[in-house]
Design a protein around this ligand. Structure first.
Ligand SMILES: Nc1ncnc2c1ncn2[C@@H]1O[C@H](COP(=O)(O)OP(=O)(O)OP(=O)(O)O)[C@@H](O)[C@H]1O
Length: 298
């Protein structure tokens, strides 16, 4: 559906996006992650034609394109920007109209999303009288109201409380089930882990890790063992290949450099007595992120 090859953007000396390649198929969701300034927003802006690329190609449904077909796209920009003084309902209908949606359809779609995000009571209010989180939800509805089949969401969870975060996650899952393709950025790794099929990790504009989440975890050799044992953590820290040991209640988390260490560790734990729990867990996305971002550029 979308194939991005060697997409690059430089601002004078600064290489904001550096030969970024990825692809996404209909109904997939891709998480674009990276530290502040890694190049996520710049990538979105180039895909939308809001910013000229320095190099690279974008293919949409097999054909080279300058940018995505805007009538099919919903965009939640990082810099939120609706009309503060306008009524919620009026501006949502106006924005749907700009995307060629007829008024009846727009009203039905708007009513659906206002109900999903529990904002029916606020629809007659001016935007600037709403709380920050509710304004954020209206901005999300503005990206969704014309029923796009491709969504670009720049930090969609920022400013939302835990209840609204769950509502948005569920809405995103439902959109995916309906075949909507989604690219989103987030600094919250647990959200990325829950809702993306694929991810692209950027560091200084470069793709440093990408693929399906399960496969990425499988590829990571760093291993976490969760165990319950009478063995003191100080002893485990001395063993070969052990990078870190953390006590968590009655359990101990042992991080090793390779998966191959697990059998040796189990053997050694047995010498201290009863091993009540011993399981290997893949690293969380947050752990992978910290490890990859922390690696040197050399
Ligand atoms: N218009 C611009 N002129 C000059 N430099 C820019 C411009 N836009 C972005 N940059 C630089 O490009 C780099 C990437 O910025 P970008 O906003 O894409 O990062 P990001 O990953 O979205 O960051 P954040 O997570 O903080 O939103 C940064 O170093 C930024 O300062």
């Amino acid at each position: 559906m979308l194939e991005v090859s060697r997409l690059s953007k430089s601002f004078l000396e600064k290489q904001a996006v550096d030969e970024l390649s990825f692809s996404i198929q209909p109904g997939e969701s891709l998480g674009l992650i990276g530290q502040n300034g890694a190049g996520k927003t710049t990538t979105f802006r180039m895909l939308l034609g809001l910013m000229e690329r320095t190099d690279g190609t974008v293919e949409w449904q097999g054909k080279k394109a300058h940018h995505l077909p805007l009538e099919q796209v919903g965009y939640l920009p990082e810099e939120r920007g609706l009309f503060a003084e306008e009524q919620v309902e009026q501006q949502l209908l106006f924005l749907a109209g700009l995307k060629n949606m007829n008024k009846k359809e727009a009203k039905t779609s708007m009513a659906y999303w206002l109900e999903v995000f529990e904002l029916e009571k606020e629809k007659k209010q001016k935007l600037n009288t709403l709380s920050k989180g509710n304004q954020q939800k209206i901005q999300l509805i503005a990206a969704l109201v014309h029923r796009p089949n491709f969504l670009i969401l720049d930090e969609p969870f920022s400013g939302l409380d835990p209840v609204n975060t769950d509502i948005l996650k569920e809405a995103i899952q439902n959109l995916r089930r309906d075949g909507v393709t989604i690219i989103f950025s987030s600094h919250r790794m647990e959200h990325v882990e829950e809702i993306c099929d694929k991810l692209v990790m950027l560091k200084n504009g470069r793709n440093i890790l990408s693929g399906r989440l399960g496969e990425i975890k499988e590829r990571m050799d760093r291993n976490r063992i969760v165990t319950q044992t009478p063995c003191p953590p100080e002893d485990v820290r001395m063993w070969e290949g052990v990078q870190e040991v953390r006590a968590s209640g009655e359990k101990m988390h042992i991080y090793t450099d390779t998966k191959a260490r697990s059998q040796d560790i189990l053997q050694q734990l047995f010498t201290y007595g009863d091993v009540r729990i011993f399981r290997m867990e893949p690293p969380s996305l947050e752990e992978i992120f910290k490890e990859k971002i922390g690696e040197s550029d050399a």
